[in-house]
Design a protein around this ligand. Structure first.
Ligand SMILES: O=C(O)CCC(=O)C(=O)O
Length: 279
């Protein structure tokens, strides 16, 4: 039996204090090349963010994205942060072309969902190198301890469709850049403030963000099916995806397009009133 390679107590303590950890090498060179090639095949069909929702929930329809989202090398890390029972809640491909002005405004991930506990951790897996120049993710350490007020200011270059952003001035002086090599991953807490700037380089930047939640966490907003990635779900808070998606690309693409076709144009609109951010 292979041993689980989890997080040391020191790293768990650091996560509790700062709300993030990086870098972790989670893909071999061969695995990275295979996922990149699967991604390249899909890329022409995705449209441009933020208008196109097709970058989200690929793991529900494409076998490679499902496998990437359920990799033991990532689940081993996540298990030490949210427990042995793990659901894949959502995934998003974040792609910036060379010299792309696309940015991500400062925000907390759990703002819209209405989770009754922030027991959700995101892994951001780099499918290309991610650097300060090409617009890597940035975080504000220690901001995960409470929910902060947000507002929506749509902007065509913002990769968050609704333009969700922290209200008021943001002090960026303590910001940390998640510089990652392709095949590495970072972890961040559901309430950690993060964002990213545009791509000032001639190189593409591609990341696959996977959000993992404990089955014990109840979500107020309706949700699509989740994947039971490890352990068991004794809570029944979510519908479970019945089986892994087909490995056939055309079938997967048809399922992905049909899924998004059937959904409202803006699935995550406003937080329910009960979710008014803490002052
Ligand atoms: O890829 C980025 O620049 C931002 C990613 C992000 O907002 C997320 O993973 O939640």
């Amino acid at each position: 039996m292979t041993r689980r390679t989890g997080l040391s107590p020191e790293r768990q303590e650091r996560y509790a204090r700062t709300g993030y950890l990086f870098p972790f090498t989670v893909l071999t060179a061969a695995e990275l090349a295979a996922y990149r090639s699967d991604y390249e095949r899909l890329e022409p069909h995705l449209g441009d963010p933020p208008a196109s929702p097709l970058h989200a929930q690929c793991h529900m329809h494409f076998r490679w994205a499902f496998e990437l989202a359920t990799r033991p090398s990532v689940l081993d890390l996540v298990e030490d942060l949210i427990g042995h029972d793990i659901l894949v809640h959502t995934t998003t491909l974040f792609r910036k072309r060379p010299r792309d002005p696309a940015f991500v405004s400062w925000h907390q991930d759990d703002f819209y969902w209405g989770l009754d506990a922030p027991s959700l951790v995101s892994a951001w897996v780099a499918l290309s190198d991610s650097t300060t120049e090409n617009g890597c993710m940035r975080v504000l350490p220690g901001t995960h301890r409470r929910r902060l007020p947000h507002e929506e200011r749509p902007n065509r270059d913002n990769m968050l469709r609704a333009g969700l952003q922290l209200s008021g001035e943001v002090d960026e002086s303590e910001a940390v850049d998640f510089v990652l090599e392709a095949g590495q991953a970072s972890l961040h807490h559901a309430q950690l403030v993060h964002g990213s700037r545009g791509n000032r380089s001639d190189r593409e930047r591609i990341g696959f963000a996977i959000r993992y939640v404990s089955p014990a966490v109840h979500q107020q907003r309706p949700h699509h099916a989740v994947v039971l990635a490890r352990g068991k779900d004794e809570h029944g808070n979510y519908e479970l995806l019945e089986r892994p998606p087909s490995p056939d690309f055309e079938q997967a693409l048809a399922a992905h397009l049909a899924f998004w076709e059937s959904r409202p144009a803006r699935p995550a609109d406003r937080p329910p009133a009960a979710l008014a951010p803490e002052a």
